[in-house]
Design a protein around this ligand. Structure first.
Ligand code: PMP
Length: 359
């Protein structure tokens, strides 16, 4: 068996150890005589799995007691709708910072439910930086303030969180949750699709301060009212049982390695290897403002379109797969989430050095 180094933006690499545990438990989960996939979500054994996943996530993110953790469906995209549905209120408004394609989609969806103020945008330079925030543009009556902490497509991240006072900060953390330490108490709501740093696709984690639950209008579809799943520990209906189990294994893995602070240390060191190379290279360059560089998604271009294509093809043949940049920006992107080992990046840089020499 040969496993490739998979630089996909998500779904992406999972820790090998986690996959091995899942494989060993596939046919008989801890003496239950069944696979987790086959279990009733109402069974005692599954209840232990989902409760334990939540408990471990609370531990590694230090989630305060006045926050609920929800395991939902519909991807991060569903949250673009569910957040305004629940938080905007009648005739309400909300602030958004537009730093990428997903932030733009979130703001556009929000506008169906109330007034959206785009506080700042970096679209003028194809989202290659994080804009400065002018506090005088923040709306005092905003019901929430939305940011995307890490921009998966463009490879930027917020290095400083906006100070929003009493306005709840809402963050799409899909592509950097568990990769670095965030103080959960600074947020009203955090959401993230699982398929980058947490597990397989299918489940979306929402971490929500309790006072923000229970404010949805009466005609909100039952499954889109946070209160429904908050009151039922995410078991109002059938959850994505297997994905949640896998997330639980990943949370345990993070904890065992030393927690989120240790992941951050490793991730910063991993990204530095790649950025240091890009800064020295005569062929490749990173198009992002250096201070706003993502530690999860490293974008780069070669000196011509032909070289980009040649590079992606030859890299794939050498076992470095999914390096093609997002279809909207082209070039290359190496997504280096928690499960990408340091050796994968070292090997990629070595390959890039060779490619540069030969071409
Ligand atoms: N937000 C961000 C930052 C993302 O990277 C993605 C997907 N890659 C999404 C939202 C959309 O997530 P989903 O496909 O789970 O709806």
């Amino acid at each position: 068996m040969k496993r490739v180094y998979n630089f996909s933006a998500g779904p992406c690499m999972l820790p090998q150890e986690v996959l091995e545990t899942a494989a060993s438990e596939m046919l008989d989960y801890k003496g239950s005589g069944q696979s987790v996939m086959e279990m009733s979500h109402r069974s005692k054994v599954y209840d232990g799995i989902i409760k334990n996943a939540e408990k471990t996530l609370r531990e590694i993110m230090e989630i305060p007691d006045n926050y609920k953790v929800l395991f939902l469906q519909g991807g991060a995209t569903m949250q673009f709708s569910q957040i305004p549905m629940n938080l905007m209120g009648e005739g309400g408004e909300a602030d958004y910072v537009v730093t990428g394609e997903f932030a733009k989609r979130a703001a556009k969806e929000g506008a169906k439910f109330g007034k959206i103020n785009v506080v700042a945008s970096s679209e003028d330079k194809t989202f290659s930086y994080i804009p400065e925030l002018d506090k005088s543009k923040f709306s005092k009556s905003a019901k929430y303030f939305h940011i995307t902490t890490n921009n998966t497509i463009f490879g930027t991240r917020f290095t400083e969180l906006p100070e929003t006072g009493n306005v709840p900060l809402v963050a799409d953390m899909s592509s950097d949750i568990l990769s670095r330490v965030y103080d959960v108490s600074k947020f009203g709501l955090i959401y993230a699709g699982a398929q980058k740093n947490m597990g397989p696709a299918g489940v979306t984690v929402v971490i929500i301060r309790e006072d923000l639950i229970g404010n949805a209008p009466a005609n909100t579809p039952i499954l889109l009212d946070y209160k429904t799943q908050a009151d039922q520990d995410s078991l109002y209906n059938t959850p994505t049982t297997y994905s949640i189990y896998m997330c639980g294994l990943v949370f345990e893995w993070v904890k065992k390695l030393g927690g989120v602070a240790e992941m951050q240390k490793r991730n910063d060191a991993k990204a530095k290897i790649l950025y240091d190379f890009l800064d020295k290279s005569k062929m490749f360059k990173n198009p992002v403002t250096p201070k706003d560089r993502s530690m999860m998604n490293v974008t780069f271009v070669a000196s011509s379109e032909e070289l980009n294509e040649k590079f992606i093809k030859e890299a794939a043949a050498a076992g470095f797969v999914n390096l093609k940049g997002h279809r909207s920006v082209g070039g290359m992107r190496a997504s280096i989430y928690n499960a990408m080992p340091r050796e994968g990046i070292e090997a990629l840089v070595k390959f890039m050095q060779e490619f540069e020499k030969v071409n």
